[in-house]
Design a protein around this ligand. Structure first.
Ligand SMILES: [Zn+2]
Ligand SMILES: [Zn+2]
Length: 346
């Protein structure tokens, strides 16, 4: 039987690419019923965990008896300060260059069994201040071009240890997504005199706010028009700042409230710790011109349903364009309808 491809493409202004929206509009959207997941309860301290307070890691280093957050150099970094000099230059047109940097781990809480969603907003604000302090310290190093802070959460994104933690890669190169966003923002500012992200925020409001999830004085959270993943959410300050170190204390508090709101919604969706890749997109620190760069946090959750991963396959890996199987406005409505109280506290 012939099957028509009835798709819509939406432009992703930050990635400068088209996203294919292949949601079947005639189908009733999945109702978003919350199926309690069978997640075995965990203790708040695990002797064998390399992130719990006071424990000795495989490197032989001992964690502090920390009470809030704890930062240490990654014992198994993907980027190290002493990257070996590259082997001889390749022949012909192949190129190489030395990649180096520092990799750190940030424990977000001493409690093994918490998710960041369960931290009070004030503690999330303190965590943001830790990220800011790390960014300030690392980006001041002349050899560091970019500081990438992220949290991989859940076995679905390859993380077996549930202890809440983030990672920091401070590198002598700029990751491609940051580079693309920086170029798009620079071009947009030159063409229009406006910050690209401000135009995104304006467009989200002009569209009836159908994808907005949260807003306070200085921060906002939304599923963008061009979302690639079903529950892809952006959280950002309203003002254009290049990175964390430019935020005022009030903006950090507001950002923490926005993060808390989104994270609680995520965990409440299926009443389980919600897996995602969270990444902070900050302007590079390589001395370039990033006036139009607007710091924001992106969530890329891999699940479409409690037991259904969004697989990257032919269109994404083979063709290079993302196919979204859902409409962001429907998913935003689904998240908005959920309780603001974490399911474990009800
Ligand atoms: Zn632990
Ligand atoms: Zn971004």
């Amino acid at each position: 039987m012939k099957k028509n491809l009835n798709w819509e493409e939406r432009w992703h202004p930050l990635r400068e690419e088209w996203i294919i929206m292949a949601a079947h509009r005639q189908n009733r959207p999945w109702s978003g019923e919350t199926v309690p997941r069978k997640v075995a309860p965990l203790p708040d301290y695990v002797p064998a965990c390399y992130l719990c307070p006071g424990n000795v890691r495989v490197s032989g280093h001992q964690n502090d008896e920390y009470e809030h957050t704890f930062v240490f150099d990654n014992d198994h970094p993907c980027v190290g300060a002493h990257a070996p000099t590259p082997s001889p230059e390749p022949s012909g047109f192949y190129k190489n260059r030395p990649a180096s940097g520092m990799a750190r781990v940030v424990c977000c809480s001493p409690k093994h069994n918490l998710t960041v969603a369960e931290l009070p907003a004030a503690d999330i604000a303190e965590l943001i201040k830790v990220w800011a302090a790390q960014t300030r310290e690392l980006s001041a190093r002349p050899e560091i071009a970019s500081v990438l802070i992220f949290e991989n959460k859940g076995i679905q994104v390859g993380v077996s240890n549930p202890h809440p933690h983030c990672q920091i890669y401070a590198t002598n190169f700029v990751f491609k997504n940051i580079e693309t966003e920086a170029r798009a923002s620079r071009d947009h500012l030159a063409e229009t005199g406006r910050a690209l992200f401000q135009d995104i925020l304006t467009a989200e409001r002009a569209d009836g706010g159908s994808r907005l999830l949260f807003e306070n004085d200085t921060a906002v959270a939304f599923l963008p028009y061009f979302a690639r993943y079903a529950y892809e959410v952006y959280v950002a300050p309203k003002a254009t700042h290049g990175g964390l170190i430019d935020l005022s204390d009030a903006e950090i508090s507001d950002l923490a409230c926005a993060l808390k709101h989104v994270l609680v919604k995520f965990d409440n969706l299926w009443q389980m710790p919600f897996p995602y890749v969270m990444v902070l997109h900050q302007a590079p620190s390589d001395g370039g011109d990033y006036a139009g760069f607007h710091f924001h946090i992106e969530f890329h959750p891999p699940l479409r349903k409690p037991d259904l991963l969004k697989y990257l396959a032919g269109p994404e890996i083979g063709g290079g364009n993302f196919v979204s199987d859902t409409l962001p406005e429907e998913k935003a409505a689904e998240l908005r309808a959920l309780s603001n109280i974490h399911y474990k506290e009800r």
